[in-house]
Design a protein. Structure first.
Length: 222
């Protein structure tokens, strides 16, 4: 047990942490039947805790059972729930980028298509592969019970197709038939009657800028 100073977080359970640069970032958890929406940073050099008020995107959205992982440009947060002890549990499927700075944390919501909205959960586990830029999520549970589905998320340069078992990556856009390119163009509000090579380039740019996610799922029977 190490001694530390500062705004030490209160006792809690079902929170998560991630390492960002020389600090540990803690968010969420249940504390005496309440949900803390503040963010706590622990500096390893100073052995000191500091508290950051929640940004707008997390205000009143303290949660438990979520997953947090360090990625190239920040920390990604996925899922969780709120209200379990009130028997009115609300499950989350939001996918957020947390970008810590010295005295604040900005939050960016990542668009992810309709399929991911069906994957609300808590108690899942996740891992990030830096080389492939893939976030792997397995298990957890929601109002339907225990889950055994497997998600593969790519928070950059890919898009969720209508069939969740088929992936569309920017490198394969040029292989798509014209009607499929036009369908994707409409999703991104791109003029669809342009030449295929123009649509491919504009889709690449749009998919990267919006950080749309790739999603694979496998069935999760109850």
């Amino acid at each position: 047990i190490i001694s530390c100073r500062g705004d030490i977080p209160s006792p809690r359970k079902y929170y998560d942490v991630a390492i960002w640069k020389d600090e540990l970032i803690l968010f969420g958890g249940e504390t005496d039947e309440t949900y803390d929406d503040k963010i706590y940073k622990f500096n390893f050099d100073k052995m000191n805790w500091t508290t950051i008020d929640p940004p707008r995107e997390l205000k009143s959205k303290g949660r438990e059972g979520h997953a947090m992982l360090s990625m190239d440009r920040g920390i990604i947060l996925f899922g969780g729930s709120q209200g379990a002890f009130e028997k009115k549990e609300k499950f989350y499927s939001d996918l957020l980028y947390l970008s810590p700075s010295d005295s604040s944390i900005s939050v960016e919501k990542i668009s992810h298509g309709y399929q991911l909205k069906r994957t609300k959960r808590r108690g899942h586990h996740a891992a990030y592969d830096r080389e492939s830029n893939r976030l792997y999520v397995f298990g957890g549970y929601n109002q339907k019970g225990l889950l055994k589905d497997f998600l593969v998320l790519a928070p950059k340069e890919t898009i969720t197709p209508r069939n969740p078992r088929v992936s569309i990556d920017v490198s394969s856009l040029h292989k798509l038939k014209r009607h499929k390119l036009q369908t994707l163009a409409k999703k991104f509000k791109i003029l669809a009657n342009q030449k295929n090579e123009v649509l491919v380039e504009k889709l690449k740019e749009a998919m990267t800028q919006t950080q749309t996610c790739l999603l694979y799922t496998s069935p999760s029977p109850r």
